[in-house]
Design a protein around this ligand. Structure first.
Ligand SMILES: [Zn+2]
Length: 682
């Protein structure tokens, strides 16, 4: 779900020695701001256009603020390294100022300003692999002042103290709060307080322990670790089959009703500035078809197109001297008009009105590299697990790989499924869970995109359905086609006016032609609708280490989110989240940050038309989202490091183990609800 670039922007702001650089001191030849390649700073940039600001948002840049202090100028405050500074300057941004930290600016500017009121929204500490961390969020009442600086000071029981600056966080133009990445501390903090550059001072408070929960210990002999390698959709199908064969009393395999398009593309070639494409898929007899243009060798001939023996021949029109005179537009339209059932042709970008050369033949091809992938519509499967599988028990749904490139995610859901199955016979606690809960698992929602990710383009996010028209069907855009499955659902969608989906078929968040236009999203909804006992769901994505729930989208105007859960529901979401975060931490000490635990729209971004919102608002399911793959603390560099979509397998394996533990805790939560109240949806 996160874009590849976003982690690299999350650099820690460091205390800087650079003084504020006066604008008049910056002469034309000399950049106003210098940073070493690895030095980080909070820098104010003037951007050439509003579009660049939007691009930076789309790329996940760490935008600390968007000042409106200079009329007409597009300003953005970004935490950047020296390397990022250089990149931005190459893109046309001008660094105008290093923003000094609270400590550097003290002294002169505090005289006449009214103090603001500061309130801690979060103050949590935890330990992870022997290290203690503190994370805080603070809100100021001076919410319209982009320059207010907030500093948090902590103290431990033995009197050690320290402080660090917070970064202003705005979203969709609205102030949210000030925050910072988790800070390493020498020991558990016993108090924190915040001060602002306006003279505001918070109450001193005691940070709470996060997540503050521990799951029941698993007994000796508890079986786990069923993950040996990354798995392609074909591997996943084989695993599903094997689990069914091995545990017939506990598993049904459900074929979901909507077959996907399959790992298929039309066959295409570019000839003389014209893109010629087959109407059918390449594997349907169209790979290898040839296209050529010929000179008829006689004057005053009309443009003619013939198709014979798998060769498409375009005989160009000639003038009175016998010279070919057809244009690219003439040829493209003649091909489309003559054989509308077989071919469509468009002029490539920039090629309109050019003379069509005598050239070819060129060979049409679907361009797909995968040789082990069946080229036919794919049946997406779900495992239905439980001792009683008749809908009478409360149900939990775990589904993964809506986004193709998130290779670790099916490993999580398959490890989870097999732990339940393998331990049923020997572990009384597992037996009790599967006697009282039905578990549904869709390991790969988007197998076609996953096949493309494994074989052709590893950053493929979307499915394989190409809804583009005209020149955007040019094969040079092949890695940008497809629909973002997790923007194609029917609640809070792009089509309803929510932020975070796109109408552009080449966008990473393209929402499709309509709500639920795609087989992949319809399958998830169909499974949930067919099994009304499903009361909980977990949508497994990567990466970044988030644990989220609704609302997942807002409208841009006024940043109005989908309805907030009630106070009771919000408490239930958070209490349950703490249990699940605690279970994740048992495997290798990974603690999902409190700042990354909460509603999608608040902790990540607006994601119009995502599946969890559909399941929650439309079907009354308590619907969560994981982003597995938490940042890892590097003690040598004292920085958090992102893990990416396809980390070295050891890391993906670690993610599968810890998040499977989180899913097992979700089954315990469902069991607790089934035993405490009747199993009804809201
Ligand atoms: Zn995702």
């Amino acid at each position: 779900m996160l874009k590849a670039m976003s982690r690299k922007w999350l650099a820690l702001a460091v205390l800087l020695t650079s003084p504020l650089i006066a604008p008049q001191a910056a002469d034309a030849a000399e950049p106003a701001v210098h940073l070493g390649p690895n030095e980080s700073a909070l820098v104010r940039f003037q951007l050439p256009t509003e579009d660049m600001f939007r691009d930076l948002v789309a790329e996940g840049a760490d935008i600390a603020a968007r000042p409106r202090t200079t009329a007409g100028a597009v300003l953005a405050d970004l935490v950047v390294t020296g390397a990022e500074l250089t990149t931005l300057e190459r893109r046309g941004a001008t660094a105008v100022q290093v923003i000094p930290t609270a400590t550097a600016s003290r002294g002169t500017s505090m005289k006449t300003l009214a103090a603001d009121t500061l309130q801690f929204l979060q103050a949590y500490w935890w330990t992870s692999n022997g290290k203690t961390f503190l994370q805080t969020q603070v809100a100021t009442t001076a919410s319209d002042d982009p320059d207010v600086e907030i500093t948090v000071t902590w103290r431990t029981a033995d009197g050690a103290t320290g402080s660090y600056p917070l970064i202003r966080f705005e979203d969709s133009g609205e102030y949210q709060y000030h925050w910072a990445l988790p800070q390493p501390l020498p020991a558990q903090p016993v108090s924190v307080s915040a001060t602002s550059s306006l003279g505001g001072r918070s109450r001193q408070i005691t940070p709470a322990s996060w997540p503050g929960t521990t799951p029941p210990a698993t007994p000796a002999g508890y079986q786990k670790d069923f993950i040996d390698a990354y798995m392609t959709p074909t591997d996943i199908s084989a695993r599903i089959k094997r689990l069914h064969r091995q545990y017939p009393a506990l598993v049904d395999v459900l074929d979901l009703p909507n077959k996907t398009q399959g790992y298929r593309r039309t066959a295409v070639a570019t000839i003389g500035g014209v893109v010629v494409e087959s109407v059918k898929f390449g594997d349907q007899g169209m790979n290898g078809v040839q296209v050529r243009t010929v000179d008829p060798g006689a004057p005053n001939r009309p443009l003619r197109v013939t198709y014979r023996d798998r060769v498409l021949t375009v005989s160009l029109a000639t003038d009175a001297e016998g010279k070919p005179i057809s244009s690219t537009d003439d040829v493209a339209s003649a091909i489309s008009v003559t054989y509308p059932q077989r071919f469509r042709a468009v002029v490539a970008e920039g090629g309109a009105g050019m003379p069509m050369p005598v050239t070819g033949p060129v060979v049409l091809d679907d361009g797909l590299q995968g040789t082990e992938v069946p080229q036919r519509p794919w049946t997406v499967q779900a495992l239905r697990i439980g001792a009683v599988r008749d809908g009478s028990k409360i149900g939990v749904l775990a589904y993964s790989q809506e986004h193709a490139r998130e290779w670790a995610t099916p490993l999580v859901t398959l490890e989870f499924a097999e732990r339940l199955l393998a331990n049923y016979a020997t572990d009384a606690a597992t037996r009790e869970l599967l006697n009282s809960v039905e578990v549904f698992v869709i390991p790969t929602v988007n197998p076609d995109g996953a096949n493309y990710s494994f074989n052709d383009y590893n950053f493929q996010r979307k499915n394989m359905v190409n809804h583009c028209t005209g020149t955007s069907r040019d094969p040079r855009y092949r890695n940008s086609w497809g629909v973002d499955v997790n923007r194609n659902y029917a609640v809070g969608s792009y089509f309803d006016g929510y932020v975070g989906g796109s109408a552009n078929c080449l966008s990473g968040t393209y929402s499709g032609t309509a709500e639920l236009s795609e087989a992949e999203s319809r399958n998830v909804v169909a499974l949930a609708e067919a099994h009304p006992n499903i009361k909980y769901s977990l949508n497994v994505h990567s990466y970044g280490g988030y644990f989220m729930w609704s609302p997942g989208a807002y409208k841009a105007e006024g940043r109005v989110t989908l309805a907030r859960p009630s106070i009771d529901e919000a408490k239930y979401f958070l209490d349950s989240a703490r249990r699940i975060v605690g279970a994740i931490a048992t495997e290798r000490g990974t603690v999902t940050w409190p700042s990354y635990t909460g509603p999608v729209a608040d902790v990540l971004y607006s994601a119009a038309g995502n599946s969890a919102d559909h399941l929650y608002y439309d079907l009354g399911i308590v619907a969560w989202n994981f982003e597995v793959g938490n940042d890892r603390w590097n003690d040598a560099t004292q920085e958090w490091e992102g893990v990416g979509f396809q980390p070295p397998f050891d890391e993906a394996h670690g993610e599968s183990q810890e998040y499977a533990s989180g899913l097992v805790e979700l089954v315990r939560i469902a069991r607790d609800r089934a035993t405490s109240s009747p199993a009804t949806r809201r």
